[in-house]
Design a protein around this ligand. Structure first.
Ligand code: NDP
Length: 233
């Protein structure tokens, strides 16, 4: 059954590929971008899919922009079948603790943790379609079992995001909403770099299979990879 899928950070990388994959599968997409003047390849998707895609301005650090979009959708009578918190930043790569710029830590949390919290705060009331899904794009870097000394702001923010997923899962129990943290694989995107082995189109495909519940998941921690395999929290 087709859904209205809202995706943050849809201008490029995995966010763009999830928008394209969702449209190919017959869903409608609200593709959220920080800058409407720089929608990346989304303009081509608009030409191909017409009214099934809407590009909307949304910066996950700007609660007013999130509230404004949620209000607009509500007034238009729109509902959502999936929310995908995809937007994230990777700062202070390989920087050791002694050199860490705390402003970068704060900025990382603002985007990677508070961003999804703001998005859920405002869009959850619209997530009323049947078999809805609430997806937080996480990372194996956030797994407590794989802790390594580096990427502090990124790794710790994804660990916190996984906790947010567990809280939402608990909160939404009984409402039939699938709530997952998903590790999309190490992908060749601007963030993942050219050495990465995973095509973000494959990740997008897997994530849509999960959203459509074509892959069974049985994760104690609501944390899986894009193929549905359980991840250790
Ligand atoms: P990219 O860096 O390629 O793209 C990031 C996207 O997030 C862009 O669309 C960017 O928009 C958007 N974004 C950044 N800051 C904000 C903001 N404040 N508000 C709204 N949008 C914002 O990342 P990937 O596609 O590689 O990553 C997608 C997700 O997958 C992330 O959650 C990431 O942590 C996760 N992940 C990625 C891995 C990888 O190997 N690439 C591995 C594991 C997890 P703009 O174009 O305006 O900058």
């Amino acid at each position: 059954m087709s859904k209205n899928v809202l995706i943050t950070g849809a201008s490029r990388g995995l966010g763009y590929e999830m928008a394209a994959e969702a449209l190919r599968r017959g869903h409608s997409v609200i593709a959220c971008v920080r800058d409407l003047e720089a929608p990346g390849n989304l303009a081509e998707l608009c030409l191909e899919y017409g009214e099934r895609i809407a590009i909307a301005r949304l910066d996950v650090t700007d609660e007013a922009s999130i509230a404004a979009l949620a209000d607009r959708l509500k007034q238009e009578g729109r509902t959502l079948g999936a929310i995908v918190n995809n937007a994230a930043i990777l700062m202070a790569r390989d920087t050791q603790i002694e050199e860490l710029d705390m402003d970068e830590v704060i900025e990382s949390f603002d985007v990677n943790v508070y961003g999804p919290m703001r998005v859920v705060k405002h869009f959850l009331p619209l997530l009323t379609e049947e078999n809805a899904a609430l997806i937080n794009i996480s990372s194996e870097a956030g797994s407590l079992t794989g802790a390594y000394p580096g990427d502090y702001p990124y790794a710790i923010s994804k660990t916190a995001l996984n906790m947010f997923t567990l809280q939402l899962h608990s909160y939404l129990k009984g409402r039939g909403v699938l709530v997952l943290s998903i590790h999309p694989g190490w992908m060749f995107t601007d963030m993942g770099g050219k050495q990465a082995p995973t095509d973000p189109r494959d990740s997008a495909h897997g994530i849509l299979e999960l959203i459509e519940r074509r892959i069974e998941t049985d994760s104690q921690w609501q944390f899986v990879d894009y193929r549905g395999q359980s991840m250790l929290i």
